[in-house]
Ligand binder design. Structure first.
Ligand code: IFG
Length: 522
């Protein structure tokens, strides 16, 4: 008899322990990336059940869309058929509630407050973007299996407490080079979804270069008919029709991501020069180029037709781009004399502004006279970016030695280059934009961007090998205050995202500097 009692007691304890182990009750032990600004735990847990619905305050279509985005992320794996409804008052217990708040100044335009009790999960924010970022956090407070596309066993519990969270920088972006190798609409949309998951809010598309022109311009059709025909290595290239580009822009907008389109000039222009003889100094079209050299091409900066060309391109692109910026490139114009480069950049800034947009350019543009709202993207020469600061320009931090996603992790990693540096996951994380260059202060910086140049990658799988897991660190650098960031804390949170990235079908590089075997705690 005695022995039997022990057996039952052991079984009961094991069941209780397992249940408790699955029940998250310590909010401050969760592995949210980017790390939230403040977390207070209250030690209980909230249950998502088949009675749970998402209620949004008021009748706004925008809030319903955000609610539906969350439902679409939760329903496939939980099988709970969570509905999305509007309400004019606090919903009954067991539900999720999204509501715009009066004016919680500390949260700004992108911040949110997430209050979880055993009865209600409530997200409040000044603007819809804040609600959208609050639901990204809700996703991460559920077990990583919530990201799977097939139904999983519950329970689906969320630790209770309050998270108040808001970003350090307003520009938290990545760049995708679709010119060296072309990536189709579905790959771009997939990347947009991944960026949104980690609260990033800009995708810069590098749409033209020596190897390809990727955006339809109706007034210069040969740019894509001819200039879009190939890519590095001689593949079939491709391009976005204006409808496809508009589709990408809308998909991004629905996820609070701004598209910044780049037409690189006067260098990196061989695809245009191969498409129109008249754009060349000597009036002869060049050959299409499928190599990876840089700095050998230039528009004819002294011919008037060049500026008509640029005006036509900028006008059509501006009409398709709700974002306030157009990126004019300006990098590595080694085939353009500096005395021609400077007036060219001055004039192109005027063309972009005349078409209602503000200017971005790589740091060399600081050699010209920058217009009031022109932003300098620091990639290679700090002295250029400093020239920009001296002219009163804001700086976008993309230092190649820390933030170039196309850099190899180490000398053995498969894809990528290493002209700037080998960038392991810890090196990608261990830097602070506001103290990297003493002359570039926090108030001069609009944010950070991690570019993926595509000379060495041509598929989503290869791109993800370079992008992930480093992107998660850039997301945190853009969002979380530097004083809250340290590698030892981050690496264990990142380790737990291994399961989460697998569940999201992200093929990330299994870096040895990350303790991946730390089991996902829930
Ligand atoms: N520099 C070139 C890119 C690309 C890159 C690869 C900039 C601004 C090297 N320009 O980075 O076109 O070739 O790492």
């Amino acid at each position: 008899m005695k022995r039997q009692t022990n057996v039952w007691a052991t079984l009961a304890f094991t069941a209780l322990f397992t249940q408790m182990a699955c029940t998250p009750t310590n909010l401050s032990k969760e592995n949210v990336i980017p790390k939230p600004v403040s977390v207070v735990t209250t030690g209980e847990s909230f249950d998502l059940t088949d009675q749970t619905d998402i209620y949004v305050q008021g009748e706004s279509a925008g809030l319903l869309q955000i609610g539906q985005y969350l439902a679409d992320k939760l329903n496939p794996s939980t099988g709970l058929a969570i509905g999305v409804k509007t309400t004019s008052e606090i919903p009954a217990s067991g539900n999720i509630y999204l509501a715009l708040s009066e004016n919680d100044a500390e949260l700004g335009d992108e911040g949110y407050e997430l209050t979880i009790t055993d009865k209600l999960v409530k997200v409040t924010a000044n603007k819809p973007a804040g609600l959208f970022y609050g639901i990204q956090t809700i996703r991460q407070l559920l077990p990583s299996k919530v990201e799977l596309a097939t139904e999983q066993k519950g329970p689906w519990k969320i630790a209770t407490g309050t998270i108040r969270d808001y970003p350090v920088y307003g520009y938290r972006g990545s760049m995708l080079d679709v010119a060296r190798h072309f990536f189709g609409v579905e790959d771009v949309k997939n990347y947009i979804d991944q960026l949104a998951t980690y609260k990033m809010n800009v995708l810069h598309l590098h749409l033209s270069d020596d190897q390809g022109w990727r955006i339809e311009i109706k007034s210069w059709p040969n740019l894509t008919a001819h200039g879009g025909k190939t890519e590095v290595g001689g593949g079939e290239g491709g391009f976005y029709t204006q409808d496809q580009y508009a589709d990408i822009v809308k998909y991004a907008q629905d996820r609070f991501i701004t598209i910044v389109p780049e037409i690189d000039m006067p260098g990196h222009t061989n695809a245009a020069l191969a498409s129109y003889p008249e754009l060349n100094e000597n009036g002869k079209a060049t050959e299409l180029y499928t190599g990876t050299e840089v700095g050998f091409s230039t528009l004819a900066t002294k011919k008037e037709i060049t500026y008509k060309f640029i005006d036509d391109v900028v006008r059509e692109l501006a009409a398709l781009t709700p974002g306030e910026y157009i990126h004019i490139g300006g990098d590595e114009s080694h085939a353009t004399k500096i005395e021609d480069y400077i007036p060219f950049i001055n004039r192109v800034q005027d063309i972009v502004i005349a078409n209602g947009k503000k200017v971005f350019g790589w740091d060399e543009i600081a050699l010209s006279t920058l217009k009031p709202n022109t932003v300098v993207q620091y990639w290679a020469k700090a002295e250029n970016a400093i020239k920009g600061v001296e002219q009163g320009a804001k700086v976008l931090m993309s230092p190649a030695v820390n933030a170039y996603l196309d850099m190899q992790y180490d000398s053995t990693s498969t894809y990528g280059l290493h002209w700037a540096a080998y960038i392991e996951v810890d090196k990608a994380y261990n830097w602070d934009p506001a103290s990297l260059v003493p002359e570039i202060k926090k108030e001069n910086i609009i944010g950070i961007e991690a570019p993926l140049w595509s000379e060495t990658v041509s598929t989503r799988l290869e791109a993800e090998y370079l992008i992930f897991p480093r992107l998660l660190g850039y997301a945190e650098i853009g969002w979380t205050p530097a004083e809250l960031r340290n590698w030892d804390d981050y690496k264990t949170r990142l380790a737990s995202h291994g399961e989460r990235m697998k569940a999201m079908n992200i093929s990330f590089f299994p870096s040895k500097v990350v303790p991946w075997d730390t089991k996902d705690k829930k």
